[in-house]
Write a protein that binds this ligand. Structure first.
Ligand SMILES: Cc1cc2nc3c(=O)[nH]c(=O)nc-3n(C[C@H](O)[C@H](O)[C@H](O)COP(=O)(O)OP(=O)(O)OC[C@H]3O[C@@H](n4cnc5c(N)ncnc54)[C@H](O)[C@@H]3O)c2cc1C
Length: 543
């Protein structure tokens, strides 16, 4: 064991490991990259996080930088849960639900709480956290906060950033601070602090005051966005100020979350589900626009395309048995209403919209029967876990988002981009948000396919950016997509992101190589020889 690990072992109450198997186990997330940490820590308390961070800060002041990467369950699709230095793994010990306030619905949690378990607990209190990712059963709330995760209900409720009320975080120098929305007067006090917290408030407030127009102009016209840092959400017109939106979505690059209070919503278990089929993407998109505008609006508005259904039919035909008949329509929409009082009215209105656009539909209110419909949407797991030789469907351009008005151009652009590279494509995802999933079938270990990966990313992201979209609506830019941040935001806004990073982390200790300062050449050497989700197989949906 090296000196640093030995020192940490002496001073922390959580386990400190340097064994090859522990390091190897944590050398992959769900991305196409691999990085092996040198030290693995399972912190038992905030004090452990503080001590480890304080120690690395002192070393960095003497010129030796040891990166720290926080980790939940390692389901990150962008390489952001990887690091070559110290890895702080939260689910082992810091996994408690601390308090649920029945009056406000706010729940205090440690970062390593499993999202699915939190959700089950909330259900028993008649509440839920609607920004859950599809991976909730095998991922943590800390990871969801750090990634600004979102999922199928986000079309109505928004992403995780909307639900984080306050945070307790350890800063790069080991200082512990709490963030929440504070008044103009409270901000005045923070600006006067002689601590690192004060430095951060002064730097961020100064940056916002000096770049108001630039920041305002940088906001994308999309319903959710996990790219860059959310500077525009920090300071409101009334002078109130909150560092929380910056830390949410920062993928462990600004601070380490040790506690969070998240808001929840009342849970209405009985819903109405509609399945609608359309022959063109234009009519389906028109339906999406109208459904979003109608009241009550859908709580879920998802899609799968014909190519996806054909793929499932070829590779796991039983999954579609009794749920959908051939020939498959061009686009299938899943429309759910969870409004407690007006579901019937909502379904009637939606039916009229679908009829007027030449679509056909079915409605289901019985929960068991709804499962039959949901299994069509969930059949995507056949595609995401498919392998042929060493080829896999790879997460590289998997969660771009565009303004919903641009959906037809986006979908046609996807088909054209893949065709130009002679690649097959299937599309699914959160059409109500303009946030669609695609994963090309490639061999990450083959030189020719690696070249295709970069070619595809360039063409694809240029198309998304030209439509006013964002390279990531859900999973973050991490390492894989970070080289495209400059193209999305331009050099001036990117320079603001760099300033945010250096205000929080002047020595580059917190998850370096993620989000900021990442080039194509930085990620090339990190490619895995083969792609797998081996560390998640106990949890992935069964086919
Ligand atoms: C099959 C599959 C489906 C998915 N579906 C979705 C989806 O629907 N929506 C979605 O948004 N994402 C999805 N994801 C991506 C990912 O699962 C989620 O973003 C999830 O919330 C990450 O949680 P985690 O515990 O695995 O975090 P990790 O992967 O362990 O970490 C994610 C990021 O959070 C940081 N982090 C973790 N803990 C802390 C902390 N305490 N303090 C600071 N930073 C921290 C890490 O450094 C890293 O940058 C999916 C992934 C897979 C494999």
């Amino acid at each position: 064991m090296n000196k640093v690990a030995h020192y940490l072992q002496e001073h922390l109450s959580g386990e400190v490991l340097t064994s090859q198997d522990a390091r190897r186990h944590l050398s992959c997330d769900a991305s196409i990259l691999t990085v092996t940490p040198s030290i693995v820590i399972y912190p038992r308390s905030e004090s452990d996080v503080r001590k480890a961070t304080r120690f690395t800060w002192q070393l960095a002041e003497r010129g030796k930088v040891i990166p720290i990467t926080a980790r939940g369950s390692g389901t990150d699709l962008t390489g952001a849960a990887l690091g070559e230095g110290i890895m702080l793994v939260f689910p082992a010990h810091m996994n408690k639900i601390l308090e649920l306030d029945p009056k406000t619905g706010g729940v205090a949690v440690q970062p390593g709480v499993n999202f699915g378990k939190l959700q089950q607990t909330l259900y028993t209190h008649g509440r839920f956290l609607p920004s859950y990712p599809a991976s909730l059963d095998y991922s943590t709330i800390g990871g969801a906060i750090a990634n600004n995760a979102s999922g199928d209900k986000s079309v109505k409720y928004g992403a995780t950033r909307n639900y984080v009320r306050s945070l307790r975080v350890v800063l790069a120098n080991g200082e512990v601070i709490e963030t929440r929305r504070i008044s103009k007067r409270e901000l005045g006090k923070k600006l006067g602090l002689g601590t690192m917290e004060g430095d951060i408030y002064r730097a961020i407030d100064g940056l916002i005051e000096e770049n108001k127009d630039l920041i305002e102009g940088s906001v994308k016209d999309v319903s959710k966005n996990s790219a860059g840092y959310a500077i525009a959400d920090v300071k409101h017109k009334d002078g109130s100020f909150d560092l929380t939106p910056l830390i949410v979505g920062s993928q462990g690059t600004l601070a380490i979350v040790t506690e969070a209070v998240v808001d929840t919503e009342p849970h209405v278990p009985s819903t109405s589900l509609m399945i609608a089929e359309f022959d063109t993407i234009e009519s389906a998109s028109e339906a999406v626009l109208k459904l979003r505008a109608s009241s009550p609006s859908p709580s879920v508005l998802e899609m799968v395309d014909q190519n996806l259904l054909n793929f499932i039919d070829e590779n796991n035909t039983n999954q579609l048995k009794g749920a959908v008949d051939k020939p498959f329509s061009k686009v299938m929409l899943f429309i759910e209403f969870d409004d407690a009082k007006h579901q019937k009215k909502a379904v009637k209105k939606a039916g009229k919209i679908i009829d007027s656009l030449g679509g056909k539909y079915a409605v289901e209110t019985d929960m068991d029967q709804q499962d039959n419909f949901w299994k069509i949407r969930e059949s995507v797991s056949t595609l995401t876990s498919y392998s042929k030789g060493e080829t896999r469907h790879l997460p590289i351009i998997e969660d771009a988002i565009v303004p919903v008005e641009q959906l037809p151009a986006f979908v046609n652009g996807i088909y054209e981009t893949f065709e130009s590279l002679k690649l097959d494509v299937a599309i699914w995802g959160h059409i109500g948000d303009g946030n669609l999933h695609v994963m090309p079938l490639l061999n990450v270990g083959q030189v020719g396919d690696r070249q295709k990966i970069f070619k595809l990313m360039k063409t694809y992201f240029s198309m998304v950016i030209s439509l006013g979209g964002s390279i990531t609506g859900q999973h973050g830019d991490g390492r894989v997509k970070a080289p495209f941040l400059v193209e999305q935001y331009g050099q001036d806004v990117y320079a603001l992101f760099e300033q945010v990073k250096s205000a929080f982390d002047p020595h580059g200790i917190l998850n370096p190589g993620v989000k900021i300062g990442v080039t194509e050449n930085d990620i090339k050497p990190l490619f895995r020889k083969d792609y797998s989700l081996a560390h998640l197989y106990d949890y992935l949906p069964r086919l």
